[in-house]
Design a protein around this ligand. Structure first.
Ligand SMILES: Cc1cc2nc3c(=O)[nH]c(=O)nc-3n(C[C@H](O)[C@H](O)[C@H](O)COP(=O)(O)OP(=O)(O)OC[C@H]3O[C@@H](n4cnc5c(N)ncnc54)[C@H](O)[C@@H]3O)c2cc1C
Length: 472
């Protein structure tokens, strides 16, 4: 069977479904292809959404542990793993059936299957029901996302070794869990398992957790999170992984290690993700890929095959759902002939641990690397009334300014709720706000968001709740 469509979107993740929905809203005739029954992709099925459902419970457990300090004592928590998983599944189902409904409401032609390019105007779809369909398109958007990366030479086929998808399945709560990789996914899922009772050891190759993240934020984050883990081994490499039949035996390489061989019940490999283009038939098009396998695009998200666009994890840039959906909108508008470009001043990043870490725009590290002169203002949460009411003075809000124009170039926040607060910082950067704009904006009291305003006041040496006069 062959159909003709104005726009085909391959991949129904947050990039693909956002693009398909906007295109349909703009009056295009759209075909969306994904193997799942409903759109959602990594984000809704095995990424952002299920991980945050577990992290919500983790936060509750952490608070219950602290509650005796505030005069309330709960009993030892009992973890019902089947109910936990059911809660996570319910959250995923609610979200994905919602996207499914939106597909129908928008009258998008949804094909459940795997697409492959035959040429620059045609894809074939191997449908999940066994059939085959040919789709002839005017324009295409490629949004096939990414898959977990493996450690070269260390991949072993063992039910004790998990990637993030397996970890979210939460078949059991291992007594001893090894997390390889102290990046966002490792820290988020490591904290989940630690809160449910696993003794978690994190091994990270780089000298700090959350590599690439602002040092001030990581320092506060690590101090708060370290007690929740059994061990955090930095500058340490996994040299060998072996399933002994009763455990995972790991050989470590690193300085100052007390023990070089450790045993765990399970291991989570979370060393990053790679773009997914396998079986897509890119060789039948003029699409170019980088050495690392990312699809090359221009500022309009257009590939080197001019009627094919690419967005999200399969292209370069941060692997984040909101980056994928923002690119999806640009690609659709470009196809519609609008004058657009994907040129954000800031893409926020959030680590949803407890405390959360959030950042947007320029970091001090980047400024140093690029030789950009910046002014930095820090507001520690020990001086925030709201943070004190929550017994959470373990936070920091940091603003980075252009010293000449006083324009906000970067924002970094660590503390509970940082992920929600970063929106203000992102808006400030995108709107070219000045330090004075942020300092003069009245923030509700008592809120954690006041720390953003007070960080701007620090810049002028006039923060109400912090005596830090400006150096002359
Ligand atoms: C554990 C975890 C937690 C995460 N947490 C966050 C978070 O909190 N915030 C955040 O912003 N990001 C988070 N991410 C990253 C986020 O999930 C991705 O950045 C996002 O899903 C990328 O969207 P996408 O549309 O590019 O691709 P994806 O969501 O990966 O979707 C791609 C879709 O394309 C389909 N597909 C692939 N090939 C074909 C084909 N040939 N034919 C048809 N369909 C195909 C795939 O099956 C998939 O459904 C997390 C990721 C993980 C793994």
């Amino acid at each position: 069977m062959s159909i003709k469509t104005q726009l085909v979107v391959i991949g129904g993740g947050p990039g693909g479904y956002t693009a398909a929905f906007l295109a349909a809203d703009m009056g295009m005739q759209v075909t969306l292809i994904d193997e799942k029954k409903n759109p959602g992709g990594t984000c809704l099925y095995v990424g952002c959404i299920p991980s945050k459902a577990y992290l919500h419970v983790t936060k509750l457990l952490n608070e219950a542990k602290e509650a005796p300090n505030w005069g309330v004592t709960f009993g030892e928590p009992k973890i019902d793993i089947d109910k936990l998983r059911a809660f996570k599944d319910e959250v995923v189902n609610a979200n994905t059936s919602g996207t499914g409904m939106l597909v129908k409401q928008r009258k998008i032609n949804y094909i459940q299957g795997k697409a492959s390019f035959v040429n620059s105007n045609t894809v074939t779809v191997n449908k999940v029901d066994g059939g085959m369909e040919e789709v002839v398109f005017e324009n295409a958007i490629l949004a096939t996302g990414s898959i977990p990366a493996h450690i070269q030479g260390l991949t072993i086929d063992s039910p004790r070794v998990m990637d993030s998808t397996d970890a979210l399945e939460m078949k059991d709560i291992p007594q001893r869990l090894l997390v390889v990789g102290g990046g966002v996914i490792g820290m988020e899922l490591g904290s989940v398992y630690a809160s449910f009772g696993s003794k978690v050891t994190v091994v990270e190759l780089m000298p700090s957790l959350l590599p690439g993240t602002d040092k001030d934020l990581v320092k506060v984050f690590q101090k708060s999170i370290e007690p929740k883990f059994e061990k955090i081994l930095l500058k340490t490499k996994v040299a060998k992984l072996e399933d002994t039949g009763s455990a995972i035996r790991v050989e470590l390489d690193g300085e100052d290690l007390e023990e070089k061989v450790l045993e765990f019940d399970k291991a989570l490999i979370s060393i990053g993700r790679t773009p997914f283009t396998k079986g897509l038939g890119l060789e039948n098009t003029k699409i170019d890929v980088t050495q690392r396998g990312f699809v090359k695009t221009n500022e309009k998200c257009q590939t080197s095959d001019s009627n094919i666009y690419a967005i999200g994890d399969v292209t370069e840039g941060p692997m984040l759902a909101h980056k994928a959906s923002a690119e999806g909108k640009v690609a659709v508008e470009a196809i519609a002939g609008h004058k657009v470009a994907f040129e954000p001043a800031a893409i926020p990043g959030v680590v949803y641990t407890d405390p959360e870490v959030a950042f947007a725009g320029l970091t001090e590290i980047e400024a140093k690397e690029k030789g950009i002169k910046v002014d930095v203002a820090r507001f520690p949460w020990a001086a925030s009334g709201r943070a004190r009411t929550m017994d959470r003075s373990d936070g920091l809000t940091k603003l980075i300014f252009d010293p000449d124009t006083e324009r906000v170039l970067g924002v970094g926040i660590v503390g509970p709720g940082a992920g929600e607060m970063i929106a203000e910082g992102t808006l400030a950067i995108e709107m070219a706000a000045l330090a004075k704009d942020v300092a003069l904006t009245i923030h509700a009291h008592p809120t954690l968001s006041e720390t953003v305003m007070e960080a701007a006041e620090v810049h002028f040496g006039q923060a109400t709740h912090l005596y830090r006069p400006k150096r002359k």
